[in-house]
Design a protein around this ligand. Sequence first.
Ligand code: TMP
Length: 199
Amino acid sequence: MFVVIEGIEGSGKSTLHKGLVERLSTEGRDVVVTREPGGTATGDAIRSIFLDRTLTIDPLTETFLVNAARAQHVAEVIRPALDANRLVLCDRFTDSTLAYQGYGRGLDLASLQRLCDEATGGVTADLVLLIDLPVDVARARMQARSYVLDRIESQDAAFHERVRRGYLELAKSPRHRVLDGTLAQDRLLEEAWNFISTS
Ligand code: TMP
């Protein structure tokens, strides 16, 4: 089973991811934990270019970068794990490309979908947990962490609003479950866990 967690920055994705990994391990589930962009040595090298705030990167270049990392990720990590019937828990996948490069940057969604399909070779998530919350709440959380924002985090609020709206559009598909990101961490974990265990 392939489970993906999605959401804007500051949505609590990483905390939920960590909580789910602990829960799955406690339950004795064989889980492969990974993320995008990244998940492989090649993907992590691409990630550091992708997030480098000193670089100016064209939206189409962004798209190729994340999909280059994704092709490697699917080939090296995700497909072998799914073939071995392992549970894969991935922080971001193709929805991020549709939300950020599509709704956020304004690239054509159908073209992005084709490129993602090429990169994944048809591997799709069985379940996507989307953590949704208002952009101003997410940004306040990020600012409270007081670290230097990366290239995407430092985009303006309008960009992040478009990404959030895009995610909500994508979440109309039956593979998606929307979680309320303003909930306390333990409630969020409980809801996510229920979705996973009943899928
Ligand atoms: P994060 O995993 O720490 O949230 O950082 C990854 C960043 O990369 C995040 O800002 C979203 C962005 N991103 C895209 O723009 N497109 C993609 O396809 C992926 C996977 C991530």
